[in-house]
Ligand binder design. Structure first.
Ligand SMILES: NC(=O)c1ccc[n+]([C@@H]2O[C@H](COP(=O)([O-])OP(=O)(O)OC[C@H]3O[C@@H](n4cnc5c(N)ncnc54)[C@H](O)[C@@H]3O)[C@@H](O)[C@H]2O)c1
Length: 294
């Protein structure tokens, strides 16, 4: 049964790949869920993808049909920021761009209740700097979900310099109530997981670049020998080659670590429109596009 905190109202701001997955986690976990995007059509597509994912989960026996229907009924979509006024927690998953996120945080100050918490799903930006854009930096926290959020349990929780202990504890309680597994990290670029994942992905891409092995063999090797659920090239296709490029660039900008330099092959694939699963072609070819098959 969802706990009291899961009955909270959670808004997800930015209804792209991550926002849609996070909204599934929230609605499935028992929260009243508002999916907000500046692009109203994007918000509606996210709601449709959420419904499809939940229905498919029921078909696969991962939840009952009643549970899926109840989760769908808890979710709504909007492009009006005022509709977030009653949220207890807003998880922003807008573009990885400081100006965009800072602008969103500033606008949220005008509509949210004083006690509401704002979490950022940023992968590379400083939570302390983002919180500086808000009038209530003590109620801003990092909440970094892993892709695909609707299937991955881990959430990296990051306090900024001014985040209060109460906000961090509340964010942790929200994660647990939704069935997620939180770990705490300092406010440092890439937090914990990307320090492993980005170099691994880049190494795998460079093996393809050098013609050492086919993507399927590299992925099979990593899955079989290291026990990962997805191979690195499958993961990059799911993340999107364009997102991988932006992520590497942003990460390298702050770390200057050569392992974070984006391989040339990724730039070529992006230029050719081979963006991974969302475009139907990446390291693999896909019959159906989109990232929300259960
Ligand atoms: N894709 C990944 O693998 C991954 C993993 C973990 C974290 N993240 C982080 O999650 C965030 C979102 O990434 P994504 O891949 O879902 O991006 P995306 O491009 O798929 O979606 C971003 C969405 O934000 C919306 N948006 C832009 N400005 C907005 C605003 N002011 N208010 C509300 N919505 C706005 C866009 O319309 C778009 O729908 C980024 O911070 C990214 O670093 C991404």
């Amino acid at each position: 049964m969802p706990s009291e905190r899961a009955k909270a109202t959670i808004a997800v701001a930015g209804a792209g790949t991550m926002g849609t997955g996070i909204a599934i986690v929230a609605a499935r976990g028992g929260a009243q869920t508002i999916v907000f995007d500046v692009d109203g059509q994007r918000a509606q597509v996210a709601l449709r993808d959420m419904r499809r994912f939940l229905e498919r989960s029921a078909e696969l026996g991962r939840m009952t049909r009643e549970q899926a229907e109840a989760a769908c009924a808890r979710a709504r979509a909007t492009s009006r920021l005022e509709d977030l006024a009653g949220a207890d927690l807003v998880i922003e998953a807008a573009f990885e761009d400081f100006k965009v996120k800072a602008g969103l945080l500033r606008s949220l100050d005008d509509v949210l209740r004083p006690e509401a918490i704002v979490a950022s799903n940023t992968s590379t930006l400083s939570i302390t700097q983002l919180a500086g854009a808000s009038k209530r930096p003590q109620q801003v926290v990092g909440m970094h979900f892993c892709l695909p959020a609707q299937l991955m349990k881990l959430v990296e929780l990051t306090p900024g310099l001014l985040t209060s202990a109460e906000t961090l504890a509340a964010a942790e309680a929200h994660c647990i109530a939704l069935g997620q597994i939180p770990i705490r990290t300092k406010d440092t670029p890439g937090f914990i997981l990307n320090h492993f994942v980005i170099p691994l992905n880049n190494d795998a891409i460079r093996l393809v670049e050098r013609g050492v092995a086919a993507p399927a063999d590299i992925d099979r090797g990593v899955r079989t020998a290291l026990g990962y659920p997805l191979g690195p090239l499958q993961l990059v296709d799911l993340v999107g080659l364009d997102t991988q490029l932006r992520l590497c660039e942003a990460f390298h900008e702050v770390t200057r670590d050569p392992r974070h330099v984006c391989p040339h092959l990724v730039r070529q694939m992006v230029a050719a429109g081979h963006l991974g699963k969302k475009s139907g072609q990446g390291f693999y070819r896909y019959e159906s596009t989109g990232t929300f098959g259960a």
